[in-house]
Design a protein around this ligand. Structure first.
Ligand code: NDP
Ligand code: TDO
Length: 284
């Protein structure tokens, strides 16, 4: 298939390009220097050159706290960007895959079971709201769509690019004597290598729709950080704290674990559990 990956220097973009090329797809990667998804003219001119059968959009505004003070910027990239792409793909009758987030959930404070695709979303942050709007534009405007919700991404491009939680912990764990980390936000951090594998399998099915895709199991940021330190052999004192104690600019879901059984049914593929994924990442 002829595939254009937008955000090709990012964590997911890079691993996805590698995996798709291994499967002998004809891949064009677009960097932020080559396309600005919030500009319809940039979308049309760039995509008419690569002329794909499928566009995969991994580009986004990902600064969750900063989005609270500049929600219009987050909305332009995360909502109007996918809208531009959806319009273009619908006009050209090609397929679009949009990557979204577990942060479209969070409003339900009593939730304790993994979210299915048919569960009602309810974001608690400007970032989450902008990603949800992006999902709706793609689902409403482009019939041949995949919308993928995932969580807590880490991949090798995060070592040098925009960073990730695991890399932040490796750095802070070596720099500081003690760290306070949130222990009341439950989710499933996901390796972009495993996510890229799942998405590569999904596009071979032509089963369009909304999918939840994460590694297996669930944890908290505190437990994840402790596992990072254990695997990396870093000795640092860690204290579990609450979301309120951390007092970030943006609120986050207390529970945003995603149930991935639809993906498993459609692709016959189950992602590794989060601990195995983390070991693979830190050992590679
Ligand atoms: N990171 C995470 O923990 C999670 C991410 N997601 C979603 O997964 C997707 C991939 O995330 P991830 O790989 O971590 O992201 P990265 O930040 O690693 O990569 C995103 C890429 O998109 C580019 N980009 C940013 N803005 C634009 C724009 N306006 N037009 C074109 N390109 C742009 C960036 O370029 P530059 O850096 O040069 O601006 C960067 O190369 C995103 O949709 C994100 O919302 C979902 C859940 C968790
Ligand atoms: C650095 C640090 C963070 N934290 C907390 C803050 C936050 O609640 C949590 C994760 O922090 P981060 O800033 O890495 O991640 P955050 O921006 O909340 O992560 C999100 O990224 C976006 C793009 C998504 O779509 C989500 O799926 C999610 O993974 O860890 C601590 O408790 N202690 C610390 O020392």
């Amino acid at each position: 298939m002829k595939i254009t990956v937008i955000g090709s220097r990012g964590q997911l973009g890079q691993d996805l390009c590698t995996r798709l090329i291994e499967e002998e797809h004809q891949v064009s990667g677009l960097t932020h220097q080559q396309i600005s998804i919030e500009e319809a003219s940039s979308v049309a001119s760039t995509l008419s050159e690569t002329a794909p059968d499928l566009v995969i959009n991994t580009a986004a505004y990902n600064k969750v706290d900063q989005a609270e003070s500049e929600p219009e910027v987050a909305y332009a990239i995360n909502a109007l960007g996918p809208r531009n792409l959806a319009r273009y793909c619908q006009e050209q009758q090609i397929a679009l895959m949009q990557i979204s987030s577990d942060y479209v959930f969070g409003l339900d404070l009593t939730r304790q079971a993994g979210y299915r695709e048919q569960d009602a979303p309810g974001p608690v942050s400007a970032y989450g709201l902008s990603k949800l709007a992006g999902e709706y534009f793609v689902r409403a405007l482009c019939p041949q769509h995949y919308v993928i919700r995932t969580c807590g991404l880490y991949g090798k491009a995060g070592k040098t690019g925009n960073g990730n939680f695991v890399e932040t912990m490796l750095r802070l764990g070596r720099e500081r004597d003690s760290l306070s980390i949130i222990n009341d936000q439950h989710c499933t951090p996901t390796s972009t290598r495993d996510l890229a594998e799942a998405l590569t399998r999904l596009i071979s099915t032509d089963q369009f729709g909304l999918y939840h895709v994460t590694n297996r199991g669930q944890t908290t940021w505190y437990e994840l950080a402790r596992k990072v330190f254990e695997i990396a052999g870093i000795e640092v004192e860690t204290s579990p704290i609450t979301t309120e104690q951390y007092n970030a600019a943006a609120d986050r879901p207390r529970y945003s674990v995603l149930d991935c059984s639809l993906l498993e049914e459609v692709t016959q593929y189950t992602l590794p559990d989060w601990q195995t994924a983390l070991e693979n990442y830190l050992q590679s």
